[in-house]
Design a protein around this ligand. Structure first.
Ligand code: SAM
Length: 376
């Protein structure tokens, strides 16, 4: 994959014309994604921020993420907690540890949390999650949070019945990345038992169950082109998707993809990841977009850079430090030894350093969800 800058109308302000549009063709989006000259990228970034402020505001919403188990029945070829990785030590946090982290989240004013884990479909796991969600919703009350904590789940593909149970228990948002919408590329990075059809069905089921639906892709997968990433953006635009989380594909030494050469330099991969955020903001103005930890794994200020390209959500890690080393999805995951208190002070300053305000004690639902539910 190469980053291309195309100048179709030499001499005219073709980029100004393109950025001024409110609707984009496939070709427009490919051109925007491929921008790499600093002056062009700066204009893309400025436009994405204008669109963000006009549609979702200047606030940044926090989602405290608790990675409560690395036991996984899936075997994604890129992922450090894939079932076949025998090196990693498996863990599941005790119920009380999750409750303590959730209480800390509410007291810190983060407003919402994400419960993430490897994928399991067995009854014991489904019940564990249901119980956690019920307890968090009913037991964690705080004067600043009269509705309690917002709860996002990120627990992979499940049946519609399971999604309905978890939604009825009180979870209201769900993240399930499609990883890529390109059928052949999806097939190359997953075992045959994991299909794009099943992933699409799960995303449909999540909306049916009443969730705010989040998805996203990895960027810079070997064999991925700007055209494929553009198809991904059009998928976000044309389907029931309220939230987007995207980040670079990153090397992990204990996965089959460890030997796959990354065709982009680090600088190119980072820029493409940031361009993706900006272009998604232009194409889907009302969605929530996360500045992901994978960006921070590339450069220490990666999350702030994501915010300054149009993202409006960030996910501070609340996983107890003793478990973090075993939740390494990729090499170099940041803040492995940093407790949530240290992270809290550091993050607020980082967000404000890019001219953004932190919206404490709020759920920060995606305006796209509010709009689509009000329409029905
Ligand atoms: N089990 C849940 C699921 O499948 O959605 C949540 C956990 S899963 C590990 C969360 C995300 O981590 C995946 O959707 C994937 O995009 C990301 N991820 C895993 N390995 C990665 C890697 N090597 N580089 C970048 N992102 C990775």
């Amino acid at each position: 994959m190469h980053i291309l800058t195309r100048h179709p109308l030499v001499g005219s302000d073709w980029l100004g014309l393109l950025l001024g549009q409110s609707a984009f063709t496939h070709d427009d989006l490919v051109r925007l994604l491929g921008l790499c000259r600093p002056a062009d990228v700066a204009r893309l970034r400025t436009r994405a921020l204008d669109v963000m402020r006009a549609h979702v505001g200047n606030d940044v919403y926090y989602r405290g993420i608790i990675e409560f188990s690395n036991i996984c029945a899936c075997d994604c070829l890129y992922c450090g907690i894939r079932m076949s990785n025998k090196v990693v030590e498996r863990f599941t946090l005790q119920e009380q540890e999750v409750m303590d982290a959730s209480r800390w989240c509410a007291e810190a004013g983060y407003g919402s949390l994400v419960l993430q884990a490897g994928e399991r479909k067995d009854p014991a796991f489904i019940e564990y999650v249901e119980r956690l969600v019920r307890r968090i919703r009913s037991e964690i009350v705080h004067p600043e949070l009269p509705q309690g904590l917002g709860i996002t789940l990120s627990l992979g593909e499940q049946t519609l019945e399971t999604y309905r149970r978890w939604h009825a228990a009180g979870a209201h948002r769900y993240l399930l990345r499609i990883e890529t919408t390109h059928p052949a590329l999806f097939g190359r990075i997953h075992p045959p038992s994991q299909t794009l059809e099943a992933r699409l069905q799960a995303l449909t089921d999540l909306a049916t169950a009443g969730f705010q639906v989040g998805t996203g892709v990895m960027i810079g997968i070997p064999g991925q082109s700007l055209e494929m990433l553009t198809d991904d953006i059009l998928f976000f635009r044309d389907h029931t998707i309220d939230m987007i989380g995207m980040g670079p594909w990153l090397f992990h030494p204990d996965t089959p993809m460890r030997d796959w050469p990354q065709p982009l330099s680090k600088e190119e991969l980072l820029q493409l990841s940031l361009n993706m955020i900006a272009v998604v903001r232009l194409a889907c103005p009302y969605v929530n977009i996360a500045a992901t930890t994978a960006l921070q794994a590339m450069v220490p200020d990666g999350r702030e850079r994501g915010l300054s390209y149009g993202a409006n959500v960030t996910m501070p890690n609340l996983t107890p430090v003793h478990a973090r080393a075993n939740y390494q999805l990729y090499d170099g995951k940041p803040c492995t030894n940093e407790g949530r208190e240290e992270c809290r002070g550091c993050l607020m300053g980082r967000v404000e350093s890019v001219g953004r305000t932190v919206a404490l004690n709020q759920w920060g639902d995606a305006p796209r969800f509010t709009r689509r539910t009000q329409e029905n």
